[in-house]
Design a protein around this ligand. Structure first.
Ligand code: CAA
Length: 254
């Protein structure tokens, strides 16, 4: 992998660091492909239960690689491999925590919208500057940003292209927690490590259910909850037994 670094700094946690510093972690096709591949590996098996995604202190990601955009524009965006990579990120079923420092612009901001929990450093800047190059957020931003921050704020960001600072992102709900810039990755890893102790099957169901709240009519999205599939798992029995016996549960993901 040339554009990302994959590490396992905590039990059952994978840390993926975007690593194209000269391009401020712009999301070229190669980087997206590597990220998707790492997530596929994280998805398989039980060794990884939570993933943390980060960039550098200067830049989480400055968005789609503008230099990769051909003059026509559309062919690059519609390119099948690129879209497949985005789909893999979008459909990643395990908890995904973003540790965001510096720029999260364009596709970089859209990437944070696909993360389940966003921890931001004080120097983080979120924005959709595509309008400045006569484009608009094309990797989910026009749909997910208004769902995350509401129409008025999304319109402000998308139509002006001006970024918001970390405090505003916290106030607007893009960010779950704001920390000093040098603490961002450690804090995200702490969160991930605590999540990774839980039953993997119990984690995936509420993630899917919460995401369904943004995608489906209420009646449909309540179906998973109503079926109460989780309550029929071995892990749930183990959770109850461990509570009663005052011991730490051993979850198997079944
Ligand atoms: N694509 C390709 N290269 C990029 C890039 C991007 N999105 N963003 C930055 N870079 C490169 C710069 O070209 C520069 O490379 P060189 O040294 O070879 O010239 C290097 O990264 C450092 O950038 P700057 O010198 O510009 O650094 P700065 O600190 O002065 O400015 C910045 C930082 C404000 C992020 C500025 O680089 C910038 O505005 N970048 C573009 C951000 C942008 O428009 N993102 C949206 C892309 S479109 C998109 O994402 C589409 C979509 O959703 C569908």
């Amino acid at each position: 992998m040339e554009n990302i670094v994959v590490a396992r700094p905590r039990r059952r946690v994978m840390l993926i660091t975007l690593d194209r510093p000269k391009a401020l972690n712009a999301l070229n096709k190669a980087l997206l492909g590597e990220l998707a591949q790492a997530l596929r590996e994280a998805e398989a098996g039980d060794e990884v239960r939570c993933v943390v995604l980060t960039g550098s202190q200067r830049s989480f990601s400055a968005g789609a690689d503008i230099k990769e955009m051909p003059e026509g524009g559309i062919p690059m965006f519609a390119e099948a491999g690129r879209l497949r990579s985005w789909k893999t990120i979008e459909r990643f079923p395990k908890p995904l925590v973003a540790a965001v420092n510096g720029y999260a612009l364009g596709g970089g901001c859209e990437l944070t919208l696909l993360c389940d929990i966003v921890v931001a450093g004080e120097n983080a800047r979120f924005g959709t500057p595509e309008i400045k190059i006569a484009a608009f957020p094309g990797d989910g931003g026009t749909q997910r940003l208004p769902r995350a921050v509401g129409k008025a704020r999304a319109m402000m960001m998308i139509l002006t292209g001006e970024p918001i600072d970390a405090r505003t992102a916290l106030a607007w709900g893009l960010v779950a927690e704001l920390v000093p810039t040098e603490r961002t990755v450690e804090r995200a890893l702490d969160i991930a490590a605590s999540i990774a102790e839980y039953s993997p099957i119990a984690l995936q169901m509420p993630k899917a259910e919460v995401l369904a709240a943004f995608e489906k009519p209420l009646d449909e999205s309540l179906s998973l909850e109503r079926k109460m599939l989780l309550w029929q798992t071995e892990d749930h029995d183990e959770g109850i037994a461990a509570f009663v016996e005052k011991r730490k549960p051993e979850y198997k993901g079944r």
